[in-house]
Design a protein around this ligand. Sequence first.
Ligand code: GLY
Length: 378
Amino acid sequence: MSVSDVVIIGGGTMGLAIALELRWRGASVTVLSRNFAEAAFHAAAGMLAPQAEQLPPGPMLDLCLQSRAMYPDWTHKLEELTGLDAGYWACGILAPMYAEDRVSNGDTDTCSDETNGELAAEWLDRDAIHQHQPGLSPDVIGGWWYPQDAQVDNRLLATALRMAVQEAGVQLQEGVVVNQICRQGQQVIGMQTSQGLVQAGHYILATGAWSQELLPIPVQPRKGQMLSLRMNASDRQALSLSQVLFGSEIYIVPRRNGRVVLGATSEDVDFTPNNTPAGIQTLLGNATRLVPRLAQVAIEEFWWGFRPNTPDELPILGNSPYSNLTLATGHYRNGILLAPVTAEFIANLVMHHQIAAQLLPFHWSRFRTSRHSEAIWG
Ligand code: GLY
């Protein structure tokens, strides 16, 4: 069955964002989604944090900064299309440090502040940081303030993006399992699915942590456990949390509605499901050390998810060895952040054969010498 100009395998963040961009460029698009609830989309905290994540200078930082800059307009467009709140909040991110972090990261007094530009950052000493964020542990000796890092409520974004995609006329097929990519020479000729053969002119693989199920591509799951708290009125007053806190082994992401997301473990345990006492205890211990008053706040929910990791922790983007198959996977810790820029570049590649220079460092061929590429591309 030929369904569309383009079939996207994967209905998570990337699949949906790319589908929308392709529709805006006039393509007919089908998204095959196995289980929307499973996508890393839901598990994420939604931090837009290239600086707090301390990405080193280079193509990945540049790509992340570009995507962070796209976020206000991108989410505004989604909101106009759907009438829904897409959850963007330019709240800034504070990275408090303990004395032991200072030892491991080097002497922060020698780091220069940059007050303008896309890498604006300000070092706050002990007095300044406790004034900036009341309620921090007395162990905090200072920290970095990144005013341009931000957050998006990933669950609101997921709902808005899904509605936008449907309203734009994308065929979103939920509960469809792709069992096999059918190939002939250097061409993909169809997807064998739980609903039969699906064919299109072009295919995009956006299957995140599950990519190895379809191609022996070097993407591995990295589990993250998370939980959320729910602040009542007096918690909100006492804590006055209005920015993300990116601490040592913990991030604390307050939402505007009183929810506080705590994350995340980073575990190399394949697809082992569930929360564990050890994982949750670590998160709670780190969170309440950083902000002791959080120990009084109601626990709301626990969950876990799987980040799509690659050997160099960078995404795999762009052409594949098959002329009509494009890759958009392996975004690891930065999938939500990278959604707008990935969607734009991948849509331009598929529709207009424009290869953005920014995509080149993320080409699959950097793994050509690895055992993976021998298996996949021969
Ligand atoms: N982006 C944060 C994480 O993956 O835990």
